[in-house]
Write a protein that binds this ligand. Sequence first.
Ligand code: ASC
Length: 150
Amino acid sequence: MNRLMLATAALAGFMTALPAAAQFAKPEDAIKYRKGAFTVMAAHFGRVAAMANGKIPFDAKAAADNAEIATMMSKLPYTAFTEGTDKGETRAKPEIWAENDKFKAAASKMQDEMAKLNAAAKTGDMGTIKAAVGAVGQSCKACHDNYRKD
Ligand code: ASC
């Protein structure tokens, strides 16, 4: 391993060990990060949902691949709801910070439903996938209703 690779690996290890707030140099960076994570998650969940709703043809491998990515993405946004990121280019409501335990529970619910969808997608069974897509959609909507400005 050359020195640059060693330095990069050391830096990557250090970065993942940092507390959440320290991952972002500025509040705008955290806002951009979480929006990006939600956007990518929605794109990949949306492909599975489109199959479940008959808008695009069912392709079991594509469903499984997209569900896997959506599941990974579902883990990312929430470290970026740090203090001071309620202002700026964001539709995040103040309730996220005022009732943070409830927000975290709602986030966790979405992550659980997404993990179930991931498992369902691996079965290749459309009925199972359809039910799981519905549950994920509900969990997305619950947070939008309570914690996102229109
Ligand atoms: C999606 C998507 C959302 C949710 C939400 C469900 O496909 O991008 O944000 O489902 O619309 O109500």
